[in-house]
Write a protein that binds this ligand. Sequence first.
Ligand code: ADE
Length: 227
Amino acid sequence: MRIDIITVVPGLLESPFAHSIMKRAQDKGLLEVHVHNLRDFTPYKHAQVDDYQFGGGAGMVMMPEPLALCIESFQQQRTYDEIIYMTPDGQRFEQKIANRLSMKGNLMIICGHYKGIDERIREHYITMEISIGDYVLSGGELAAAVVVDAVGRLLPGVLNDETSALFDSFQDDLLAPPVYTRPADFRGWKVPDELLSGDPKIVDAWRQDKALERTQQRRPDLLERHD
Ligand code: ADE
């Protein structure tokens, strides 16, 4: 998978993909993340990319021309499955969307800044708008990093234990069960007997039980969707 991220603050995205699982995904050649500075595509003087909004009001808007030129220049090089705009008024990002995006080949992600991007770019180029939650960030960069991380770890071959993403929280509308490691007795606090039983059936039943219990307690809304 190849992901091109367009931003006016490329420095914000210098390190999120340089560590841990995202680094491994790239080292293995399973994921390519390219961060581009929108200012490199502007035809205006002083690398201008934003301007005052028509109708007045505080805050600048990202101009259509640099964005259109940037998007078109990438489209000439390859076909994009989705051109995503990160925005608080987009579709709420969930595991299911991450799953769906992980099956694509080329993604472009546009990070908004200031008051956002000119509406005509949304109408004519953007194919998907994503919000990572009901709060406003200073820009789309951190949100884009969240999407790339959630999608990148799902690419086949990225996680060591291929099955482990299957048991993530949300993967089947259930939260993940509690996990324990050594020692089995820490200051008198014991690991549940079921996990020490060595019987995969007992372990699975316990995990299923705890996942349901935890979901019931913390996110009963998820259970309405759980089959
Ligand atoms: N840009 C600013 N806030 C955002 C959010 N909550 N999700 C996605 N992009 C954003």
